[in-house]
Design a protein around this ligand. Structure first.
Ligand SMILES: NC(=O)c1ccc[n+]([C@@H]2O[C@H](COP(=O)([O-])OP(=O)(O)OC[C@H]3O[C@@H](n4cnc5c(N)ncnc54)[C@H](OP(=O)(O)O)[C@@H]3O)[C@@H](O)[C@H]2O)c1
Length: 262
């Protein structure tokens, strides 16, 4: 094992799948490894770090806004001064807003692109120099990456970016023995939809396919260990991925119109 402090860095650790990943990984860490927990809500991160502490794992709170260049520089400086061995980077920070583009706030549009694409890419760039053979990057994309989604257009496009970026990065890092996995779940029961629905209610069919975050994360971690580039939870989402490959977008839009009754 490489000498130095071993770290797993998780963005979006204050809720949902990022938090779940921290809890699932806590049981499997090398002795002395730390979980570095990134998000904006300090109280949530502190509570998680205490929960990890009760399981004998050190969770370090790195509270900040990934939309802020100053916070990214702060993370960069911390990495440069501490030079940890990053065994795993999990990029789970992200958000989506439902609704038509013409009704959407400009700030929501640019923040979705900046957080889901820009910050995620920069986190990879910052962490890769501290990763070694056997390292893992897990990027949360979405099943929304598989095809354009009217009334969720910007979010789906950001997730197509994450999927494309992650697959390309996995090839770039293959010779260095670093595995990159894009996680592409359908709807998952987390706070994600509380935020998404501030602008429009989710269609009923998405509620029908809500998955359990523990199962999605367990599969993501397993797929990453197995060296898979893409992790898709559930038969219906695997079928959607196949359909999106085969069918022209006009046919997919017809079904979306039908389901959304628009
Ligand atoms: N839930 C779903 O249906 C679903 C499906 C497919 C893919 N995904 C993707 O999976 C990932 C995790 O989502 P989730 O379902 O776990 O949602 P969630 O419970 O809402 O978690 C999102 C996380 O992102 C963090 N975050 C948001 N804005 C941030 C910012 N500006 N800077 C730093 N952190 C920020 C939040 O923490 P703070 O608010 O404390 O900053 C939170 O920890 C996201 O990328 C999401 O797009 C979700």
């Amino acid at each position: 094992m490489k000498q130095g402090r071993h770290v797993i860095l998780i963005t979006g650790a204050s809720s949902g799948m990022g938090r779940e990943a921290a809890l699932q990984l806590a049981g499997r860490l090398h002795r002395g490894s730390e979980l570095w927990l990134v998000a904006r809500r300090r109280d949530r991160l502190t509570e998680l770090s205490e929960e990890l502490g009760s399981r004998g794992v050190r969770g370090r709170v790195l509270c900040g806004d990934l939309l802020s260049p100053a916070f990214l520089s702060e993370l960069d400086e911390r990495l440069k001064s501490e030079r940890p061995v990053i065994d795993m980077l999990i990029n789970a920070s992200g958000f989506g807003k439902l609704g038509a583009l013409s009704d959407m706030d400009e700030s929501h549009i640019s923040d979705m692109i900046d957080l889901n694409c820009r910050a995620l890419s920069l986190m990879c760039k910052l962490c890769i120099p501290y990763m070694h053979r056997g390292g893992h990057i897990i990027n949360f994309a979405s099943a929304a990456a598989f095809c354009p989604q009217p009334w969720f257009a910007v979010y789906a496009a950001t997730k197509s970016y994450v999927l494309s970026f992650s697959e390309a990065l996995s090839e770039e890092l293959r010779s260095r023995g670093i595995v990159v996995t894009a996680v592409c779940p359908g709807p998952v029961r987390t706070e994600f939809f509380d935020i998404a629905e501030e602008t429009e209610v989710i269609p009923l069919y998405k509620r029908m396919f809500m998955a359990d975050k523990a199962k999605v994360v367990r599969l993501a971690l397993r797929d990453s260990r197995r060296g898979r580039r893409v992790s898709v939870y559930g038969g219906s989402m695997r079928a959607l991925r196949l359909a999106a490959h085969i069918l022209p977008s006009g046919v997919i839009f017809f079904f979306i119109r039908l389901i959304n009754r628009r």
